[in-house]
Design a protein around this ligand. Structure first.
Ligand code: SF4
Length: 328
C-alpha cells in the first residue's frame, strides 16, 4: 500500500540519513542497546560526541558491564542525568551476562527496556520487522495520519501500518531522521519530505503531534552544606529513588543559618533546584557521612548539581588571598 513512499524514504535516507552516527556503523545488539538507552532523554549530538564511545571504552561488552561495580557505571554516566537508566543498564547486564535476547518480547521484559526500545534493538541488530515509536516518529505519524489526539494505541497501529517490513532497519532509522531533520516540533520542510505524497496533515502540520504545553515546574530551595574535616569534605551516598547511588553534599531546608559561599540554579525536568552553598555551622548527624579528599571526590559519581557546588568551592579556593596594605 505504501510501496511508493517506502521507496521515497529509502532514496531520501540514502542521500540524507545520518548513517555515520557511531551506533549505525555496526549491528552489535549490546552497543545498539546502550545507544538507545542514552538517547531516551538526551540529544543525539551530546550522546555521540561526549558519552557513547567513552562508556563503551570502559565497558566494551555486556559481560564487562555486568562485572563492573555500580559505582563505576554511575561514574561513567555522570552528566547524562536520569540515572535510573544507568542502574537499569547494569541490572539488565547482570541478568543477561553473555548476550541480550534477540526476541523483542523477551527484551521488553528486562529492566529499563520499553516496547519501542525493544523494537529498536530487534530491528537494528537483527532486522526484525518491527516499528520503532520514539518521540520523533510519534510526531511524524501524528502528522502523516492527521491524528488530532495523542493516543499511543492509535500510534502503534499507525506505526505497524506504515512500516516497511522488507527494510525495517533503514525505515526506522529514516523515520527518526525525518522527525529530527524535516518534521520538527516547531517547523516542517514538507517539500523535501519523502512522506509528502501521502501525508494527510501537511497543510496544517503544526496542529498535529505537537508537544503538550509545559506546566510550571516547582522550585525547591535547599542549603548545600560544606562539611570539613581537615582537608577532607563530608559527603553522603544518596539512597532515595532520585539520584540513587550518587554521592553529594548534605542538603538542608532553607532558611539555613550561616555564611553563604554562593548560590546556583540547577534545572531538573520535574523541579528547579535553587541551591545556596554554606560552610556548615553544625555537624549533621547523618550516619552515612563519609570523608574524602578533593582528589578522591574526583573518582566518585556526583550529580551535576553537586558538581556545581564543588566548582563554586574550587573557584573560591583559587581566588588570590587579599594582600595586607603596605605599612608606612
Ligand atoms: S510531509 Fe510535512 S508534515 Fe508530513 S511528515 Fe513530512 S514534514 Fe511532516
Amino acid at each position: 500500500m505504501y510501496s511508493v513512499i517506502h521507496d521515497a524514504i529509502a532514496a531520501w535516507y540514502d542521500e540524507h540519513g545520518r548513517r555515520d552516527l557511531p551506533w549505525r556503523t555496526h549491528h552489535d545488539p549490546y552497543r545498539i542497546w546502550v545507544s538507545e538507552i542514552m538517547l531516551q532523554q538526551t540529544q543525539v549530538k551530546t550522546v555521540s560526541e561526549r558519552f557513547y564511545s567513552p562508556f563503551l571504552d570502559a565497558f566494551p561488552t555486556l559481560a564487562d558491564l555486568a562485572a563492573a561495580p555500580l559505582d563505576d557505571v554511575l561514574k561513567r554516566w555522570e552528566g547524562l542525568g536520569y540515572y535510573t537508566r544507568a542502574r537499569n543498564l547494569h541490572r539488565t547486564a547482570q541478568l543477561c551476562i553473555s548476550a541480550l535476547p534477540q526476541d523483542a518480547i523477551a527484551l521488553e521484559a528486562l529492566p529499563g527496556i520499553g516496547r519501542s526500545t525493544a523494537h529498536a534493538i530487534a530491528a537494528f541488530a537483527h532486522h526484525a520487522a518491527l516499528p520503532v515509536l520514539d518521540a520523533n516518529i510519534k510526531r511524524v505519524l501524528s502528522r502523516f495520519f492527521a491524528r488530532e489526539e495523542r493516543c499511543d494505541q492509535t500510534l502503534w497501529r499507525d506505526a505497524y501500518a506504515l512500516l516497511d517490513a522488507q527494510r525495517p532497519y533503514m525505515y526506522n532509522q529514516a523515520m527518526m531522521d525525518i522527525g529530527a531533520m524535516l518534521c520538527q516540533s516547531k517547523s516542517v520542510t514538507c517539500k523535501e519530505c519523502p512522506l509528502q505524497s501521502g501525508c494527510q496533515g501537511q497543510s496544517e502540520a503544526l496542529r498535529f503531534g505537537c508537544a503538550k504545553a509545559r506546566v510550571a515546574v516547582p522550585i525547591r530551595h535547599r542549603a548545600l552544606l560544606i562539611l570539613r574535616q581537615g582537608a577532607r569534605l563530608g559527603l553522603i551516598q544518596r539512597h532515595e529513588r532520585f539520584l540513587h547511588g550518587l554521592w553529594g553534599f548534605v542538603q538542608r531546608p532553607m532558611p539555613y543559618k550561616g555564611g553563604a559561599l554562593g548560590s546556583f540554579i540547577h534545572r531538573y525536568t520535574h523541579f528547579h533546584l535553587h541551591a545556596t552553598v554554606y560552610e556548615a555551622t553544625e555537624a549533621p548527624c547523618d550516619e552515612a557521612l563519609m570523608w574524602f579528599t578533593r582528589e578522591e571526590i574526583g573518582g566518585l559519581a556526583l550529580s551535576t548539581a553537586d558538581h556545581k557546588a564543588l566548582s563554586l568551592l574550587d573557584a573560591l579556593s583559587s581566588q588570590p588571598t587579599p594582600q595586607a596594605p603596605p605599612s608606612y
